[in-house]
Design a protein around this ligand. Structure first.
Ligand code: TYC
Length: 99
């Protein structure tokens, strides 16, 4: 079998530096501050103090960083936010972007 050195190097790089994704919560006018704090504690494992800080940052600056994860975990976090928000009747949204 022929070895393609560029493919090999690429594969090795991807194994050593898998891409990371930032997950953000977005501001809106309807989601309660308490709900956002609860989400940050339960889904993003923040302390109450950190959660309050991030929530207020989102409230003032329109979005806030909640965590950095592998693609699969980031996607799961975004979906979990969507499901919890929908179940609670809030329009809260999360997004992810490559680091
Ligand atoms: N802006 C919302 C309010 O005044 C609070 C809020 C904070 C909503 C963060 C979403 O991601 C958010 N009730």
């Amino acid at each position: 079998m022929q070895t393609d050195i560029s493919t090999e190097l690429f594969d090795e790089t991807m194994l050593q530096h898998p891409k990371k994704y930032k997950v953000y919560l977005l501001n809106d006018d309807y989601t309660s501050m308490d709900f956002v704090v609860d989400i940050l504690i339960s889904l993003f494992h923040k302390s109450f103090e950190e959660a309050e800080k991030i929530m207020l940052e989102i409230h003032k600056k329109d979005r806030g960083l909640c965590g950095v994860y592998s693609h699969e975990i980031a996607e799961t976090k975004v979906m979990q936010v969507q499901r919890h928000a929908k179940d609670s009747g809030f329009p809260l949204k999360a997004t992810m972007e490559e680091e």
